[in-house]
Design a protein around this ligand. Structure first.
Ligand code: ZN
Length: 279
C-alpha cells in the first residue's frame, strides 16, 4: 500500500467537494496552494469556465485530471430523450478528451419518468453505454461506470454494485471500466472480491473517497469527510492498490450542511490532513 503520509500529491480534488459556489479556478488555485496533485471537474464547472480556458488553467497548474464528472443519464421515457442523452454523452467525451482526463465517469440513470420497469431501464443503460463506447474509443477516452448505492436506483443510477458494473463491462470489451466510490460500495459483502476482479480485468479507472456518516441527514448532500464516518477506508484502498490501481485518490464530498459553507482553505487543509491520517 502506498504511503500517503508524505503529502497531498496522491490526492485529487473533485470540484464537488468545494460546493456549488466555487469556480473551477477556485479549485485549481486551491490544489496549487495545498499541493494536491489532481483535479476532477464537474461539467457545470467546465462550462462556467469555458472548455478552452479550463484546459489552459489545469495544464498550467500541472494537475492530473483523474476524471470528468459526468456522463451517463442514458434512460428516458422515449426515443428522442434517449437520443438527446447520447448527444450529451458525446459532448462529455469531447470535454474529457480535451482535458486529457483519465476517464469520463458515468452515472448511468435511473427509472424513466412514469416507469416501474427496472429491467427495461437497465437495458437502456446497456444500449446507451455501448453506443457511447464506440465514440469514446475513437476519442481515446476511457469510460468509467460508477455503480451508485441502491438508494439511488430510482432517480440516478440503476447500476448498483461493482459486480453488476463489471458484468456489463464483460460484454463490452476494451475502453471501459469502473469508478470505485467508497460511498456507494462500502457496504457490499462482495466488495473485496469485485475489486480484485476489476483489477484482474484491467478495469480500475478511478477511486473516490469520502465517508459515510451515522446518521446521514440527506442521502445526496451529507457525505462525510474521511475519518468522520464508518467506512474502513484504509482497508478498501489496500484492496484497490493490491488490485493494481496506481491513480490518485479522488476526494468527492457533497456536504451542503457541514463542509460547503466553510472557507476553501479549511476544507482543503482538512482534506489533506485526513488524506494523511485516514485514507
Ligand atoms: Zn464518485
Amino acid at each position: 500500500m502506498r504511503d500517503l503520509s508524505a503529502g497531498a500529491a496522491l490526492l485529487s480534488l473533485n470540484t464537488a467537494t468545494l460546493g456549488p459556489r466555487r469556480s473551477l479556478q477556485d479549485a485549481v488555485e486551491a490544489c496549487l496552494r495545498h499541493g494536491v496533485g489532481g483535479i476532477s471537474p464537474w461539467r457545470d464547472k467546465i462550462a462556467e469556465a469555458g472548455l478552452a480556458q479550463a484546459e489552459r488553467m489545469i495544464k498550467r497548474a500541472g494537475l492530473t485530471v483523474t476524471g470528468v464528472c459526468r456522463g451517463g443519464m442514458f434512460t428516458a421515457a422515449d426515443a428522442p430523450g434517449r437520443q438527446q442523452a447520447l448527444a450529451e454523452n458525446r459532448r462529455a467525451v469531447d470535454e474529457a478528451a480535451t482535458l486529457g482526463a483519465a476517464c469520463l465517469v458515468l452515472v448511468v440513470g435511473g427509472l424513466p419518468a412514469g416507469s416501474k420497469d427496472l429491467g427495461d431501464a437497465r437495458r437502456q443503460v446497456a444500449d446507451g453505454i455501448a453506443a457511447t463506447l464506440e465514440y469514446a474509443r475513437s476519442a481515446q477516452v476511457r469510460l468509467a461506470i460508477e455503480p451508485l448505492h441502491p438508494m439511488y436506483a430510482a432517480d440516478r443510477a440503476c447500476i448498483n454494485t461493482l459486480a453488476q458494473a463489471l458484468d456489463l463491462c464483460d460484454g463490452l470489451g476494451e475502453g471501459i471500466g469502473v469508478a470505485v466510490d467508497v460511498y456507494h460500495v462500502w457496504w457490499d459483502p462482495e466488495l473485496a472480491a469485485q475489486i480484485a476482479r476489476a483489477g484482474r480485468d484491467g478495469r480500475l479507472c478511478a477511486y473516490h473517497v469520502c465517508d459515510w456518516l451515522v446518521p446521514t441527514r440527506d442521502v445526496l448532500t451529507d457525505r462525510g469527510m474521511m475519518g468522520d464516518g464508518v467506512i474502513g477506508l484504509k482497508e478498501i484502498r489496500g484492496a484497490v492498490e493490491q488490485a493494481g490501481f496506481t491513480g490518485l485518490c479522488e476526494v468527492e464530498i457533497f456536504s451542503a450542511l457541514t463542509w460547503w459553507p466553510k472557507p476553501v482553505d479549511e476544507i482543503m487543509a482538512t482534506m489533506v490532513e485526513r488524506g494523511r491520517s485516514c485514507v
